[in-house]
Design a protein around this ligand. Structure first.
Ligand SMILES: Cc1ncc(COP(=O)(O)O)c(C=O)c1O
Length: 324
């Protein structure tokens, strides 16, 4: 058993003990809002922005979780403090919030204490996430356009971060069929670039940053951070409707997301982006990101990659040990 603890419906319990009911609305309908925050130097990065988005998602889903945002923040920080000692001091963390409407009312007899929203928060060492990702900072990623499109905002608003993600899963599988490890860049039903299944997208053309307007996308915290940094660096940012054509003509393309911050695209639809190497605008932004967060997160990811096999062995042997 790992020594990590999670917050689950009012209690701190062992990670392995946390169970969401099979009658939960999250499982029945994907009816759950969530957030993924990460730490840099063991401090949550932009936690307020992530929790603002969580509460916005809950409002859209009409879920009253019964916990004020300030309390959610207090518990989040407390939970992280409880988990930090389980890893080395240079370990950064993922913090995951999951909030659902709770079990469906029809099953209420199974819950004699009453039905209430399910709230869970967990902390997981980033060694698996960015360790597994590290090589992509050099190789870049290969973007393709899958048949699956983004859900348009007038049907299901992608600004809410929910567990209703089958369309993203379809996009991932379709992209993989187009080539192993390809990343899906989804178009919206109007034929404009929107986002990937877990990331936002930027094009660079003539030194300017172009990014899909905030219509059919999740408003990524890393997207906002990148736009702020660009502004500080004097790089013009334009939000607009960009299609396959603009991406094929772009000098650079990169993706942003919480766990890895940003990564460049080597190809788009099978064609080299620029010379296939990280471009000058991307490189300036990477440096600005490192300054902002106070960590060379690329070197950190490579460090985690080296430690990952041993880390996984140790986790497994702890589980084996607790079974005997
Ligand atoms: C669909 C989608 N778009 C974009 C993002 C990037 O958002 P952030 O930068 O806040 O991680 C995510 C993150 O999970 C996502 O799921």
């Amino acid at each position: 058993m790992s020594r990590r603890v999670v917050y689950f419906n009012g209690q701190y319990i062992a990670e392995s003990e946390a169970r969401v009911s099979i009658f939960d609305s999250a499982l029945m309908s994907g009816d759950m809002a969530f957030e993924m925050t990460r730490t840099y130097c063991q401090q949550p990065f932009r936690l307020k922005e992530h929790l603002d988005r969580l509460y916005a998602s809950l409002r859209l889903l009409e879920i009253d979780c019964g916990m004020p945002q300030a309390e959610m923040e207090r518990i989040t920080r407390d939970l992280l403090e409880r988990n930090l000692p389980t890893e080395a001091a240079d370990m950064d963390w993922q913090i995951m919030h999951d909030v659902s409407r709770g079990p469906l009312d029809i099953y209420r007899t199974t819950f004699p204490d009453g039905i209430r929203p399910t709230i869970s928060i967990n902390c997981w060492p980033l060694v698996t996430h960015t360790g597994g990702f590290a090589a992509k900072y050099d190789s870049g990623v290969h973007l393709v356009i899958p048949a699956q499109q983004t859900l348009p905002g007038h049907l299901v608003d992608p600004k809410a971060k929910t567990r209703s993600r089958v369309h993203y899963q379809m996009a991932i599988m379709q992209a993989n069929r187009m080539g192993p490890g390809r990343w899906a860049a989804l178009l919206d039903p109007d034929g404009f670039l929107s986002e990937g299944p877990g990331w936002n997208m930027f094009l660079v053309k003539n030194g300017e940053l172009l990014t899909p307007e905030p219509r059919n996308i999740l408003l990524g915290v890393s997207r906002a951070t990148t736009m702020e940094l660009a502004e500080q660096l004097g790089i013009t940012v334009r939000e607009g409707n960009y299609g396959r054509y603009e991406a094929l003509m772009a000098d650079e393309i990169f993706c942003t997301a919480t766990s890895y911050a940003l990564v460049h695209a080597t190809t788009f639809e099978g064609q080299l982006v620029g010379d296939g190497q990280p471009g000058p605008v991307y490189r300036r932004l990477v440096e600005a990101w490192k300054q902002l967060v106070g960590v060379d997160f690329i070197a950190q990811a490579y460090g985690y990659a080296r430690r990952l096999p041993e880390w996984e062995r140790a986790q497994l042997s702890t589980i084996e040990g607790s079974r005997t």
